[in-house]
Every structure is written in structure tokens, then in C-alpha cells.
Unconditional design. Structure first.
Length: 54
């Protein structure tokens, strides 16, 4: 990269970011449940072990 290119980038200033993916307006409950399943399994196992200790 040349000095001229570096100066051009430095003086360019802020630009507006463009978000290419649009929000489709839907709540994807299935995807949320799939993401939370491992955590729920771990919590259920821990609760089961705590009950077993009692």
C-alpha cells in the first residue's frame, strides 16, 4: 500500500454501514429451542443429581 492510498483512507471519514440481511419480522421459536436444548439438558441432569443426593 502506498502513502497516497494510506492518506486517502485516513481522510475518507466515517461511512454509513449497510446491513445486507433484513429482519423478516418473525420469531423463530424452533431455532431458539434448538439453541437452548443443550443447556436445558445440562440443567435437568444437574437437578436430577442433586435430587438423587438428597
Amino acid at each position: 500500500m502506498t502513502n497516497m492510498q494510506i492518506k486517502a483512507l485516513a481522510n475518507k471519514g466515517p461511512t454509513a454501514a449497510v446491513w445486507t440481511e433484513g429482519y423478516d419480522g418473525q420469531t423463530h421459536y424452533g431455532d431458539v429451542f434448538k439453541a437452548l436444548t443443550p443447556a436445558l439438558f445440562i440443567l435437568a441432569t444437574a437437578a436430577g443429581l442433586l435430587v438423587a443426593v438428597l
